[in-house]
Ligand binder design. Structure first.
Ligand SMILES: Nc1nc2c(ncn2[C@@H]2O[C@H](COP(=O)(O)OP(=O)(O)OP(=O)(O)O)[C@@H](O)[C@H]2O)c(=O)[nH]1
Ligand SMILES: [Mg+2]
Length: 575
C-alpha cells in the first residue's frame, strides 16, 4: 500500500527535487555546466552548432583561437568540410564496430564527429562534455582511432582493423583495380585517371575502323595542329630546355586550335536519302530535276477539288437565289415548318408537352383531336412480314404505301409518326438499320411498307447493292403498290440515287410523291426553297404526284396533311 502511494506520488517528488536543484539528472547537468565554465566555455555545444566563446579575465566574450576558423566558416555558410562527403565510416571501437553516420554529424551514440575531423586538423584536440576534449578521433592516414586525447598531449588510440567481409579499399588499391581491368586496359574511362594527351590522340585516331568517327573534326584539328606545330617550332627555339614551359605552351596551342576548329566548322549538310523503288512516289521531294514552269498549262489546269468546291458553292448560290412564291412562304409559316422556337408553338396554341405537338389541333382536347383525325391512321400498326428477296414478298391483299429514300432519311420514323405508334418500326441514328422490306398492316384497310435505304449505310457494298436491287424490283413490279413516298432530307435535297429511282418509277409508271423530311432542322426559308427546287426539277415527271409534302416527325409539322393525303388512297383504292 505504501509502495503504491509512493509510486503514485513519485513524479510529484521528482518535480519537487528538480525545483530544489537536488534531482540526479539536474545535478549532473549542473556539474557539466560548472566543468564547462571552469574551462572558460559557455553555452550549449551539442553538435557543434553554437559558437565557441570564452570569457576573458575582464569578463567580455572572446572567440577562442581554436574555433575561430570554424566560427568564421559557419558565418559564411560553408560548414561542409571535404570529409563530409563521405556519408559513413566504419570504425573499430572497443573491439566491435560502431556505425558512424556522417550525414547526421554524430555516431550511433550521438557523439559529434564532424568536429573531430576538424579537431584533428587543428591539432587533434577537441572539446568533450566530460573533460573538455574529444573522446573520439581518428586519423585516416595513420589508420588509428583516438579514444581519448588530453590537453597534456596524452592520447589513447586503437589501430583500425579492416573488417574481413566489408572492408573498405584504400585509395591505392582502388586506383589499381580501376586501372587494371580483366582485358588489361581500362573499361570505364569515367573512373580512369585522366589520359595523357598522346594517349587520347592515339585513341581518337585509331578507331575501330582504323580512322576517326568524326572525320571532319579530326582533319580540321590535324590541319590546325600542323600550322600550330610550325608556329610552335619557331617558338620552341627559345624554350627548348624548359620542359615545363614547353608543355604549357603546347597545351595552350591545342586549346586555341580546338576553339578555332569550333568556329571554323562548316555547317552540316543535310543528307538526302533516296530510296530506289520503282513505284515509290515518296521520292518526289528529292527529285533533282528542275521543275518546268509552264504558265499556260498551270492556268488552264484546274484542281479537281477546287472545281468541285466551286460547283458546290455555285450550287449553294443557286439554292439561295431560288425565287419563292408568296403562297409557299405563307404555307410554310402557317404550318410552322422549319426550325422554330417552342415559344412560337405555345403562342400558336400547341401543347409542347405532347410528342410531335404540331400533329395536334391548336387548343384542342384529346377527344377533339381523335374525332378529327383520319380514322385509317387510328388503326393499330402491326408488322407482319419482312422480305430480303422478291420471292418472299407477301401476297398483295391490301393497298400498299411504301416509304423509300436514302438511308437515315427518316422512313421508319415517319411510319411511327403517322400512326402515332412510336417504336413499332425500329429507328436509329445510324444509317442502314432497316435492311429488309418490312410490311405493316394498318388495320384491315392499308398496308405500310418500310423499305431499306440506299446510299451511305454501315454495311458492305455487296449487301447495299442487293438492297437497292430489291427496292428497285419492289417499286417496279409490286402489284397493289398504290404510292411510293419518296423521302428527301430537306437539308441535302435530291441526290443522284434519288433521281435514279425517280427515273425507274417513271419508266414503270409507279406513282410517287415527294416528302421532305426533317424540316425542323432547316430554316423556314430553306424549307420553302427546297420545296420549290424539287417541284421545279420534277415538273416534267408524269408519275410524280402533287403536292410535295413537307413533314417533321419530331415536331409533327405537316404530318396531319400527309395523313389526309394518304388516307384518300384507301378510300379510293380499287383492286
Ligand atoms: N430532327 C429530326 N430527326 C428525325 C426526323 N425523322 C427522323 N429523324 C431521326 O433520323 C434518324 C434516322 O431515322 P430513321 O427513321 O431510322 O431513318 P431511316 O430512313 O429508317 O433509316 P434506315 O432504316 O437506316 O434506312 C433517327 O435518329 C431519327 O430520330 C425528323 O423529322 N426530325
Ligand atoms: Mg429505317
Amino acid at each position: 500500500m505504501h509502495q503504491e502511494t509512493s509510486s503514485k506520488y513519485s513524479h510529484l517528488k521528482k518535480r519537487a527535487k528538480f525545483a530544489s536543484g537536488k534531482s540526479d539528472s539536474s545535478s549532473r547537468e549542473n556539474a557539466k555546466t560548472l566543468d564547462f565554465k571552469e574551462k572558460g566555455f559557455r553555452g550549449d555545444d551539442r553538435r557543434g552548432q553554437s559558437r565557441r566563446v570564452k570569457t576573458d579575465s575582464v569578463g567580455s566574450n572572446v572567440e577562442d583561437e581554436r574555433y575561430k576558423r570554424r566560427n568564421d566558416s559557419e558565418r559564411n555558410g560553408s560548414m561542409k568540410s571535404k570529409n563530409d562527403d563521405y556519408r559513413s565510416k566504419r570504425v573499430e571501437r572497443d573491439g566491435g564496430f560502431s556505425f558512424v553516420d556522417k550525414s547526421r554529424n554524430t555516431d550511433s551514440r550521438g557523439r559529434g564527429l564532424k568536429s573531430n575531423y576538424r579537431g584533428r586538423k587543428e591539432g587533434g584536440v577537441q572539446r568533450n562534455e566530460t573533460n573538455g576534449f574529444s573522446g573520439r578521433d581518428f586519423d585516416r592516414k595513420k589508420k588509428r582511432v583516438y579514444t581519448n586525447k588530453f590537453t597534456n598531449g596524452e592520447t589513447k588510440f586503437h589501430d583500425i582493423v579492416k573488417a574481413p567481409g566489408n572492408k573498405r579499399e584504400s585509395q591505392e588499391e582502388r586506383g589499381d583495380r580501376r586501372n587494371n581491368t580483366e582485358h588489361g586496359e581500362n573499361k570505364n574511362r569515367m573512373f580512369n585517371k585522366r589520359e595523357s594527351q598522346d594517349e587520347r590522340g592515339d585513341r581518337r585516331k585509331n578507331d575501330e575502323h582504323g580512322e576517326n568517327r568524326n572525320g571532319f573534326l579530326r582533319k580540321n584539328r590535324e590541319a590546325k595542329s600542323e600550322t600550330s606545330k610550325q608556329l610552335h617550332s619557331k617558338q620552341t627555339s627559345f624554350t627548348e630546355d624548359h620542359e615545363y614551359g614547353k608543355k604549357k605552351l603546347q597545351n595552350k596551342k591545342n586549346m586555341a586550335d580546338d576553339s578555332m576548329a569550333m568556329f571554323d566548322r562548316p555547317k552540316r549538310k543535310m543528307r538526302l536519302f533516296r530510296i530506289e523503288y520503282p513505284n515509290d512516289t515518296a521520292n518526289k521531294r528529292f527529285d533533282n530535276t528542275p521543275p518546268t514552269i509552264d504558265n499556260t498549262t498551270t492556268e488552264q489546269k484546274e484542281d479537281p477539288e477546287d472545281t468541285e468546291e466551286n460547283a458546290e458553292m455555285s450550287k449553294n448560290a443557286q439554292f439561295r437565289a431560288i425565287q419563292l412564291s408568296p403562297s409557299i412562304i405563307t404555307f410554310v409559316n402557317e404550318n410552322l415548318l422549319g426550325r422554330r422556337r417552342e415559344l412560337e408553338f405555345k403562342k400558336a396554341g400547341y401543347d409542347i408537352e405532347l410528342p410531335s405537338p404540331l400533329d395536334n389541333i391548336p387548343f384542342s382536347t384529346n377527344t377533339e383531336r381523335e374525332r378529327i383525325e383520319e380514322s385509317v391512321f387510328r388503326n393499330k400498326l402491326e408488322f407482319f412480314a419482312a422480305a430480303k428477296v422478291s420471292s418472299s414478298f407477301p401476297s398483295p391483299d391490301l393497298p400498299e404505301i411504301a416509304f423509300a429514300g436514302r438511308s437515315n432519311v427518316g422512313k421508319s420514323s415517319l411510319l411511327n409518326s403517322l400512326t402515332r405508334q412510336w417504336g413499332v418500326a425500329r429507328t436509329s441514328d445510324k444509317p442502314g438499320l432497316t435492311q429488309t422490306i418490312n410490311f405493316f398492316n394498318l388495320g384491315s384497310k392499308l398496308c405500310l411498307v418500310d423499305l431499306p435505304g440506299y446510299g451511305f449505310a454501315y454495311a458492305k457494298e455487296e449487301v447495299k447493292e442487293s438492297w437497292e436491287e430489291l427496292v428497285k424490283e419492289y417499286v417496279t413490279t409490286r402489284e397493289g403498290l398504290k404510292r411510293v413516298c419518296l423521302l428527301i432530307d430537306t437539308k441535302w435535297g435530291m441526290k443522284a440515287r434519288d433521281h435514279e429511282l425517280v427515273e425507274l418509277m417513271e419508266r414503270s409508271k409507279t406513282k410517287y410523291q415527294i416528302v421532305l423530311t426533317k424540316t425542323d432542322l432547316a430554316f423556314p426559308v430553306d424549307v420553302a426553297r427546297r420545296a420549290t427546287q424539287i417541284e421545279e426539277s420534277l415538273k416534267t415527271k408524269k408519275s410524280a404526284l402533287q403536292p410535295l409534302m413537307m413533314v417533321s416527325s419530331k415536331t409533327g409539322a405537316g404530318i396531319r396533311s400527309l395523313r389526309t393525303v394518304l388516307s384518300n388512297i384507301s378510300r379510293f383504292a380499287r383492286f
